[in-house]
Design a protein around this ligand. Structure first.
Ligand SMILES: [Zn+2]
Length: 280
């Protein structure tokens, strides 16, 4: 598997989910070995776990007072397409939310053209099982025994009957991702909307970009999958774990995953070199 970038610049605009701003995102090719770099207000912020500054409701990176929120949907598409080197310029503090999924990011980048570099994409091979728990919630990663690849098995459980208990598992490949995960949209509860708005969150949320859940029913849309909610959780997991900075070789499992738990998992993996091996 080779390192990859995009063939030419791409511009994507739209409203942002949490801050409700109008954002223009410019994706640009960048030199081999640069990695994923965000650029805003004259500051370059590398996609690196050391630059994660908040994981409440979304994953936020920042450096020198400049922050970028809600990077996970864009990163999920970028990771799944195998893109290793990319400059992401933003005029706002969040990428556009688009339809709440990563489908548009994935398709635009894919249609625009991806170029392969003449070096290999580095792989992080998980060597030890790591579990992060918080009450009944957990996220974990364990070594692959036979097949190599990034395997995800995720379960969620909500008392709201519109969601209930849902599980889904797959191997992350570009084909599986496009078909099974990219279309899955973010979701929110109408009952929590006022509270989020008061905290300065979900200001750009509307019936076009979030699956809105009322008292045990969905208020605004037909689902794209019966278990769209857990699929979106997996979309988020892929975006969050892309912060490792490598193609992942391991088995991820979770119950009620969150950005905070995913970030704790990343830090735990990287805290001890015996937990992993980097392969070229
Ligand atoms: Zn999400």
């Amino acid at each position: 598997m080779k390192a990859k970038s995009i063939r030419q610049s791409i511009t994507i605009s739209g409203i942002t989910l949490h801050r409700g701003e109008f954002a223009t995102l410019k994706l640009q090719p960048i030199d081999i070995g640069s990695g994923i770099i965000f650029y805003k207000s004259g500051v370059k912020i590398a996609l690196n776990y050391k630059n994660v500054v908040d994981t409440t409701m979304a994953t936020t990176i920042g450096l020198n007072g400049v922050v970028i929120h809600t990077i996970e949907h864009l990163m999920s598409a970028v990771y799944s397409l195998g893109i290793t080197d990319l400059l992401i310029e933003l005029d706002s503090s969040e990428p556009p939310i688009l339809d709440g999924s990563s489908l548009e990011f994935f398709k635009i980048i894919q249609n625009n053209g991806i170029i392969e570099h003449n070096i290999n994409r580095k792989i992080i091979k998980i060597k030890k099982e790591i579990i992060i728990k918080d009450d009944s919630r957990f996220v974990s990663i364990s070594p692959n025994n036979i097949n190599s690849g990034f395997f995800i098995d995720s379960t969620i459980s909500f008392s709201n009957k519109a969601i209930g208990i849902q599980s889904f598992n797959l191997e992350v490949t570009p084909e599986n991702y496009l078909r099974e995960i990219a279309p899955a949209r973010t979701f929110g509860f109408l009952s929590e909307f006022e509270n989020l708005k008061n905290r300065g969150l979900a200001l750009g949320a509307n019936y076009e970009n979030v699956i809105v859940i009322g008292d045990d029913k969905i208020l605004n849309t037909e689902l794209r999958f019966e278990n769209e909610f857990v699929r979106h959780k997996i979309l988020d997991v892929i975006g969050d774990l892309s912060i490792l900075g490598y193609k992942i070789d391991g088995n991820y499992k979770s119950f009620a995953s969150s950005h905070t738990l995913n970030y704790a998992l990343i830090k735990s993996i990287l805290s001890n070199p015996k937990n992993y091996e980097i392969e070229n």
